[in-house]
Design a binder for this molecule. Structure first.
Ligand code: NAP
Ligand code: HSE
Length: 434
């Protein structure tokens, strides 16, 4: 007797935009391969969008619907949420899980704001929750953290996780491009979020940092726990000063254990990175993330962090994993926040700094400035003076210091007669030594 054809695994898609339309295309174009890998065919049963009358390349017109609530609750084996935003995405995901659907989402904003609710609903309903595409687009990063490194102890995660800002900073650096022109190009290429302030303000990277920190340190971390600065304050002068000193400016997401191992600090901010550091050569919309673990040592994950097709690749990987679980009766990993480390203030973070000062050029000025650093326990690594007279600029680079000590130093510098203004302060990451 011929073997019975396995029943299809049904897939509902919430969102048919940059990512969703590519997911639909790949589900159709790769159908035979996906069926062979899963052990059953995948059947797309609907694509929810706001405007179902607008044709979408790669999405069969008869599958488009503006009834997202109806599609989410239809009981598909797998619901893929690529709409974005907190609501109605969260309600739709909860409704899908209540109907017995496993959920794949790329929605870092929702996961970082209220991932706990999604995990709880997945556990209560005995379904899977996968979200590989939510951080660093196509790059397999969350599965290694969640599964491959489950036997190790992660110490630090450091990376470039926002394609839009990396694209903008790369253009400013290599072409001297105007900020607004570079942003418009990033939007046209589908890298930027619908509201680009989430990208340039650092909030998109902060959401990703929270997700990474939670997985790396088995501790619940939400967006509110992340200290966040975007790139809107980075000027062409900063980029040029960094270049003169052999650095590039990158928007970094950093999650690290505190020195006592009992806490975690999560931060997103622009930082100067030395030209010979591997992150310095990560350009355009590419992302790269360093993970340092006690036994494994240092690893770097690199690839396309944004864009429709790359992100759809990560979504499809999750669809295959959830579909295999349906076929085999298995379950994906559940939430792991047992370590419950305290999330500490950025004031405890230790890094190096670049401080750019507009100063009077007269005897004793350097001594007064050096004293302000010394009074706060901040050790100076390099001092460079540009210009003279009324036009003197002083650049100071420090050894490792805490954020709190550096802030107090800058406050003191602002009170000195010799300092006309503090032109810029930026963290320096990726240098070896003290
Ligand atoms: P997008 O291009 O704006 O697409 C959003 C889609 O959702 C559109 O099809 C939209 O319908 C639909 N939609 C939005 N609100 C809806 C509602 N209330 N009811 C029904 N449909 C609704 O966004 P995207 O760039 O594909 O991003 C989707 C998700 O993936 C977001 O969570 C984003 O953070 C994440 N992500 C994106 C990227 C990327 O590179 N773009 C990378 C990683 C993760 P209409 O088309 O009719 O407006
Ligand atoms: N807007 C995001 C970025 C999309 O630029 O990285 C990928 O999450």
């Amino acid at each position: 007797m011929p073997a019975a054809t396995p029943a299809p695994i049904t897939v509902a898609l919430l969102g048919g935009g940059t990512v969703g339309s590519q997911v639909a295309r790949l589900l159709t174009e790769s159908a035979p391969d996906l069926a062979a890998r899963v052990g059953a065919p995948l059947q797309l049963i609907g694509v929810a969008v706001r405007d179902a009358s607008r044709p979408r390349p790669g999405v069969p017109a008869d599958l488009l619907t503006d009834d997202a609530a109806g599609l989410a609750a239809r009981g598909a084996d797998i619901v893929v949420e690529v709409m974005g935003g907190i609501e109605p995405a969260r309600s739709l995901i909860l409704s899908a899980m209540a109907a017995g659907s496993s959920v794949i989402t790329a929605n870092k904003a929702l996961l970082a704001a209220d991932g706990a609710t999604l995990y709880r609903a997945a556990a209560d309903n005995g379904v899977d929750l996968y979200f590989e595409a939510s951080v660093a687009g196509a790059i397999p990063l969350l599965r290694p953290l969640r599964e491959s490194l489950a036997g190790d102890r992660v110490v630090k995660v450091l990376g470039i996780v926002n394609g839009t800002t990396n694209f903008i900073l790369s253009k400013m650096e290599s072409e001297g491009a105007d900020y607004a022109v570079a942003l418009a190009e990033a939007q046209a290429l589908g890298y930027a979020e619908a509201d680009p302030t989430a990208d340039v303000g650092g909030h998109d990277a902060a959401a990703k940092a929270a997700i990474l920190a939670e997985l790396a340190f088995h501790t619940r971390v939400t967006t509110d726990d992340v200290s966040c600065e975007g790139i809107t304050g980075v000027t062409a002068a900063d980029v040029e000063a960094a270049r003169d000193m052999g650095f590039v400016i990158k928007l970094l997401a950093v999650a690290e254990r505190t020195a006592d191992g009992a806490g975690v600090i999560v931060r997103v901010h622009p930082a100067m990175v030395p030209n010979d550091h591997p992150l310095a050569s990560v350009r355009d919309a590419f992302n790269a993330v360093f993970v340092e673990a006690e036994s494994a040592g240092e690893m770097m994950f690199y690839g396309r962090g944004a864009g429709g097709a790359p992100t759809a690749s990560a979504v499809l990987g999750d669809v295959v994993a959830a579909a295999r679980n349906r076929v085999s009766g298995g379950r994906g990993p559940t939430e792991s926040v047992y370590a419950a480390l305290g999330v500490r203030s950025i004031d405890e973070a230790r890094t190096r700094y670049y401080v750019n000062l507009d100063v009077a050029d007269r005897p004793g000025v350097l001594a007064a400035i050096a004293q302000a650093f010394a009074d706060n326990g901040v050790s100076i690594q390099v001092v460079r003076q540009d210009g003279h007279g009324d036009d003197a600029g002083l650049i100071v680079r420090t050894h490792l210091a805490t954020e709190g000590a550096l802030r107090r130093t800058v406050d003191n510098l602002r009170t000195l007669d010799a300092v006309k203004s503090v032109v810029g302060v930026m963290r320096v990451e990726g240098e070896a030594g003290p």
